[in-house]
Design a protein around this ligand. Structure first.
Ligand code: HAH
Length: 340
């Protein structure tokens, strides 16, 4: 018993990213506040960071002639100071993109050529600024439609430019930094219908000679699903395309997506137990695919801050990570740190 306890304590102080050295990097999404409030935790346990919001189009390029790089720079400076890698998120997305991008003269929509110029200038400015510091970019985020009979998601990018907006974005990113690894990133990526559409998109880009190097599996999962078999099948399929895989936004919500309950102020012990079991199985699977999976990024660092605190149920707290609100390791942490 005493021995068990001692080992627990040793494991508890061990570093998460050091545990997975030789397998894959371990990243956390951060913002200008959490690089201060979670600085010690991030320095010790993560060797990669991603800006949760601060590099998105609307944040970094709010007006045609104005870029606001302050927060993004602060995150990159933090990473450089502490030797962390940086993944860039994200260049082209239907969400959190400034309205002016799609507006033309005289209240008309922008033309295809004009929008391509705007896209190119945005990508070039952002990617070149962080050349040599950001090693990988989510070039296009969430372009695939969830419902079965539609391929690409309806968006202004698609409406105005057409289907080749995706290929164009990758070409522009590659021109801006030929050394950066370029990713297509999406959620519900283990759903068989969406999974097959993602695979079809990436295969077709590769066939056209588009510079794409990997698939970002967001990994916004929960303690009940998707099943390990579904996750496995998606990883297997993506790996078979000969591209890298990064898990880009991992979190395990304690609620099913359609669960609207709002009564909890703490997670139940059953939730924490199930979460620990799921994290253990998921990391076992990731380790088995270490040749394809080069990085696993959580969409946050600890339970004191997560985007799921308000989504999809406003005002509801969630506890999706390996560290609790006080930054102490949870059962899930101990389970994935176990030597096998
Ligand atoms: C992600 N969308 C985005 O990529 C990320 O930029 C944002 O900060 C949070 C989540 C995921 C998503 C979802 O899980 C469900 C519905 C819509 C979008």
């Amino acid at each position: 018993m005493a021995k068990e306890k001692d080992r627990d304590r040793e494991v508890a102080v061990a570093s998460l990213y050091q545990r997975f050295e030789g397998y894959f990097d371990i990243g956390a999404a951060v913002n200008a506040k959490t690089i201060e409030t979670q600085a010690d935790l991030i320095k010790r346990h993560y060797n990669s960071v991603t800006a949760e919001n601060d590099m998105k189009f609307a944040e970094i390029h709010p007006d045609p002639d104005r870029y606001t790089f302050g927060k993004a720079d602060a995150i990159v400076d933090f990473a450089v100071a502490y030797g962390k890698k940086v993944r860039g998120h994200t260049l082209v997305w239907h969400n959190q993109t400034s309205d002016w991008v799609f507006e033309g003269a005289y209240g008309l929509p922008v033309t295809r050529d004009q929008l391509l110029i705007r896209m190119q200038q945005h990508i070039e400015t952002v990617v070149k600024r962080y050349r040599g510091q950001i090693y990988a970019w989510d070039v296009v985020n969430e372009a695939i439609e969830d419902t079965s009979d539609i391929y690409l998601r309806k968006s202004k990018w698609l409406d105005i430019i057409g289907e080749d907006y995706i290929a164009k974005a990758f070409h522009f990113a590659h021109q801006a930094d030929p050394n950066a690894l370029l990713f297509y990133n999406d959620y519900n990526e283990t759903n068989p219908v969406k999974r097959d559409k993602i695979a079809a998109l990436v295969s077709s880009l590769k066939e056209q000679g588009v510079p794409i190097h990997g698939i970002g599996m967001q990994g916004h999962w929960n303690i009940h699903g998707p099943s390990i078999e579904e996750i496995h099948a998606a990883i297997e399929l993506y790996a078979s395309l000969g591209v890298q895989i990064q898990i880009t936004e991992l979190d395990l919500s304690v609620f099913e997506f359609t669960d609207r309950r709002t009564d909890l102020t703490e997670p139940t012990s059953e939730m924490l137990e199930l979460q620990a079991e799921r994290y253990e199985q998921i990391f076992e699977l990731f380790r088995a695919y270490q040749r394809s999976i080069i990085s696993v990024t959580f969409w946050g660092a600890a339970d004191d801050y997560t985007w799921l605190d308000d989504f999809p149920v406003k005002g509801r707290k969630n506890w999706p990570f390996l560290f609790d609100r006080q930054h102490a390791p949870k059962q899930a942490f101990h389970r994935i740190m176990k030597k096998v």
